[in-house]
Ligand binder design. Structure first.
Ligand code: GTP
Ligand code: SPV
Ligand code: MN
Length: 618
C-alpha cells in the first residue's frame, strides 16, 4: 500500500486493497486525485474496484454509521433502507448551474455563472470539506464497456452511499481503470456532501450542507457538486454527465442525449419495434419502460427507463442506447397492479431504497405498494406511522435503486454497444386538459415543434410547487446543458441532414387528462400498450387518423379498445382537440419562444404560424 502526505501532514492511504498501490498508471487521473485530496483533506483515499467484497464492506460500514438499515433478507435480500436529511430529498434546480464562458451559451432556461467565478467560490467550499471522511475514487463508464468509444467518468466523493449507488447505476470499478489505460479521456466529477468532521465531532446518518451547488462546465467537460447527497445531485454519471454534459457533446458530434426510456415492443406476429419516450420527471417513464400490455399477444421488454443516447447508424436509422446500468425509480405508485415488473426486479434484492417507509418485519412500503398499508410503519422521517395519520409514510420522491440486468423483462440486447433502431419517439407530459391521449406529428419539424412546447404539471422530483404547469421542452428543461434555442436548432438539423423516411415518427401523448370530477379519463399503465399499438399501426399504414390543427389523432375505432371497459364519452373526450382551448394555448407558446429569444429556429416560429392559421387566428 502506497501513501502520500498532504501539506497538513495527514497520511493518505492511497488505496484500500490493491497491494501494488494506486490501481492505475493514468498520470492525469492520479494528479487530479492528488490535487483534490490536497484541497479537500480527507482522512483517506479509497479507489473503488467494483467487487462484491467491496460492496459488502461499504454497505456494512454504512449500516454501522446509521446511513443504511439492512432489510430482512427473506423479504429483500442484500438490500438497504436509507433516510436522507428531510431537506435533501430532490434535485435542486435553483442551485444547478451551467458554467459556460459566455452567458448566452447557457441560455435563459439555465442558471449561469462564469466558470472562473464558480470555481473560485466552490474551491473555498471544498477546502477541508472532507475532514474526517474517506474520499472515494469511483471510476465509471456510461454505456457498455465494449463500446467503440466508451464514455468514461471518474467521480470523487466523500459519500459511501454515492459509491455503492454508483455501483448499481453504472458500470463501475477496476474494468473502467483498465479501459482508461494510461491516458484515456474521462469526465472528472467532484462531489462532496460538504460536512467536514472535526476531531471528536460525531457524524450524522445523512451529512449534507444547506449551501448547495450542482455545477457543470460544458466546455471543459467537468462536474462539481457540493452540499447534497440526493441521487440526481450526487450520482454524477446520471443527469449531470449523461444529460447535461452529454447533450453538449452530442450537439458538437451530431447525436442526441435525451431524457428518454427505451422499450422493445413485440407484436403477436413477433414483429419488433423499438420506441424511445420522453416524459418529465415522475411522469411515467419507468412505468412505460416495464409495461405489461393488456392487449393479448403483445409484449414489452425494457432497455432503459430514464436516459437514451441516440446516434445514427450506417443504415441511416437512429440507434438508441441506455448509458445507465441501474434503475433509480420513483417508489410511490409502484405496485403489483401498476408495475409488476418493477416489483419483481426489486424482489430480487441488491437494492437501496431511499426515503420509503420501513415495515416492522424489515421490508419496505410506500403509498401504492399494496392496497392496504400495514398497521404500523416507520415513516421516511424515522417516526412511528399508523394509517390515517394524515401524512404519507414515504416521501413522494422516494426512490428504489436497483440493477437493470435483474429486471425479468430486460431485453437481451440492452447491453449491445450498437444500440437499437428506433421506430418512434414519444413525448408526453401531465396535463389535466387540452392535450389529447395521442397525437401524431405530421413530420419531423412538426414533431420537434410539439416536443419543444411540451408542458407538464410539476412533480415532487424537484423542489418547487407541485401541480404548476410549466413548459418542459423534450422533458429536458432541467437537463439541457446549453442554450435551449440552440438545442431546438440541433433537433431541427437532425431532421435536415438525415433521410426523413428513416427517421423515427414523432408522437405526443398525455396519460393524465381528467374529467370534470378530476378523475383520470384514461386507465394508463398496462393499457398504454393500446397507444403503442396505434403508433405502430400508423407507421405501418394500418390505422386511420383524423387530421386536426395540432396533428393526427386516432380516428373513431382505430384505437384498439377490445376488452377494455371505458365509456364512449370518455374515449371521445380523450382524443378531442378543443380548438378554443388550443387558441388559448397559443399565446403561451409564443411567450415561451420569446423567453428563449433569438436562438429559437425560424422553423419553429413557422410551425407556430401554421398552428395559428389552422386555428383560424389569422
Ligand atoms: P423519473 O424517474 O423522475 O424521471 O420519473 P419517471 O418518468 O420514470 O416516472 P414513473 O414511471 O416513475 O412514474 C411516476 C408516477 O407516475 C408514479 O406515481 C406512477 O404511478 C405514475 N404513472 C406512471 N404511469 C402512469 C399512467 O399511465 N397513468 C397514471 N395515471 N399515472 C401513471
Ligand atoms: C428525475 O428527477 O428525472 C430522476 C431522478 O430521474 S434524479 O436522478 O434525481 O434526477
Ligand atoms: Mn428522470
Amino acid at each position: 500500500m502506497s501513501t502520500t502526505t498532504t501539506p497538513t501532514g495527514r497520511v493518505l492511504h492511497a488505496t484500500g486493497e490493491t497491494p501494488a498501490g494506486i490501481p492505475t498508471s493514468h498520470a492525469r487521473l492520479r494528479a487530479w486525485v492528488e490535487d483534490v485530496a490536497h484541497l479537500c483533506e480527507p482522512d483517506q483515499i479509497y479507489w473503488c474496484d467494483g467487487s462484491d467484497e467491496e460492496w459488502e464492506r461499504l454497505t456494512d460500514q454504512l449500516v454501522e454509521a446509521g446511513t443504511l438499515v439492512r432489510l430482512n433478507p427473506a423479504k429483500k435480500p442484500n438490500s438497504f433502507w436509507a433516510r436522507t436529511d428531510p431537506s435533501d430529498v430532490a434535485r435542486v434546480e435553483k442551485r444547478t448551474f451551467i458554467c459556460s464562458r459566455r452567458e448566452a451559451d447557457a441560455g435563459p432556461t439555465n442558471n449561469w455563472m462564469n466558470p472562473r467565478q464558480m470555481k473560485d467560490t466552490m474551491t473555498e467550499l471544498y477546502r477541508g470539506s472532507m475532514h474526517g471522511r474517506t474520499m472515494y475514487v469511483v471510476p465509471f463508464c456510461m454505456g457498455p464497456l465494449e463500446a467503440e468509444n466508451p464514455l468514461y467518468g471518474v467521480e470523487i466523493t466523500d459519500s459511501a452511499y454515492v459509491a455503492v449507488s454508483m455501483r448499481i447505476m453504472t458500470r463501475m470499478g477496476q474494468a473502467v481503470l483498465d479501459g482508461l489505460g494510461s491516458d484515456g479521456d474521462f469526465v472528472p466529477c467532484l462531489h462532496s456532501v460538504g460536512a467536514p468532521l472535526e476531531p471528536g465531532e460525531q457524524d450524522v446518518p445523512w451529512p449534507c450542507d444547506d449551501t448547495k451547488y450542482i455545477s457543470h462546465f460544458p466546455e471543459t467537460r467537468e462536474i462539481w457538486s457540493y452540499g447534497s447527497g440526493y441521487g440526481g445531485n450526487s450520482l454524477l454519471g446520471k443527469k449531470c454527465y449523461s444529460l447535461r454534459i452529454a447533450s453538449a457533446i452530442a450537439r458538437d458530434e451530431g447525436w442526441l442525449a435525451e431524457h428518454m426510456l427505451i422499450l422493445k415492443l413485440i407484436s403477436p406476429e413477433q414483429h419488433v419495434h423499438y420506441i424511445a419516450a420522453a416524459f418529465p420527471s415522475a411522469c411515467g417513464k419507468t412505468n412505460l419502460a416495464m409495461l405489461e400490455p393488456t392487449l393479448p399477444g403483445w409484449k414489452v421488454e425494457t432497455l432503459g427507463d430514464d436516459i437514451a443516447w441516440m446516434r445514427f447508424g450506417p443504415d441511416g436509422r437512429l440507434y438508441a442506447q441506455n448509458p445507465e446500468y441501474g434503475l433509480f425509480g420513483v417508489a410511490p405508485g409502484t405496485g403489483w397492479k401498476t408495475n409488476p415488473n418493477a416489483m419483481r426486479t426489486i424482489e430480487r434484492g441488491n437494492s437501496v431504497f431511499t426515503n420509503v417507509a420501513l415495515t416492522d418485519d424489515g421490508d419496505v412500503w410506500w403509498e401504492g405498494y399494496s392496497d392496504q398499508s400495514p398497521a404500523h410503519l416507520t415513516d421516511w422521517k424515522g417516526r412511528d406511522w399508523t394509517p390515517g395519520n394524515g401524512e404519507p409514510a414515504a416521501h413522494p420522491n422516494s426512490r428504489f435503486c436497483t440493477p437493470l440486468p435483474q429486471c425479468p423483462i430486460v431485453a437481451p440486447e440492452f447491453d449491445d454497444p450498437r444500440g437499437v433502431p428506433v421506430s418512434a419517439l414519444f413525448f408526453g407530459g401531465r396535463r389535466a386538459t387540452t392535450v389529447p391521449l395521442v397525437t401524431q406529428a405530421r413530420d419531423w419539424t412538426h414533431g420537434v415543434f410539439l416536443a419543444s412546447t411540451l408542458s407538464s404539471e410539476q412533480t415532487a422530483a424537484a423542489e418547487g410547487k407541485v401541480g404548476v404547469v410549466r413548459r418542459d421542452p423534450m422533458a429536458m428543461l432541467p437537463f439541457i446543458g446549453y442554450n435551449a434555442g440552440d438545442y431546438f436548432d440541433h433537433w431541427i438539423n437532425i431532421g435536415k441532414h438525415h433521410d426523413n423516411a428513416r427517421l423515427p415518427q414523432i408522437f405526443y401523448v398525455n396519460w393524465f387528462r381528467r374529467d370534470e370530477d378530476g378523475s383520470f379519463l384514461w386507465p394508463g399503465f398496462g393499457e398504454n400498450g393500446r397507444v403503442l399499438k396505434w403508433a405502430i399501426d400508423r407507421i405501418e399504414g394500418r390505422a386511420d387518423a383524423r387530421g386536426t390543427p395540432i396533428g393526427y389523432v386516432p380516428a373513431p375505432g382505430s384505437l384498439d379498445l377490445s376488452g377494455l371497459t371505458i365509456d364512449d364519452d370518455a374515449v371521445e373526450e380523450l382524443v378531442r382537440v378543443d380548438e378554443e382551448e388550443w387558441r388559448a394555448e397559443v399565446p403561451g407558446i409564443a411567450e415561451w419562444f420569446e423567453t428563449i429569444g433569438d436562438t429559437v429556429p425560424a422553423a419553429l416560429w413557422g410551425e407556430l404560424d401554421g398552428l395559428r392559421n389552422r386555428l383560424g387566428q389569422r
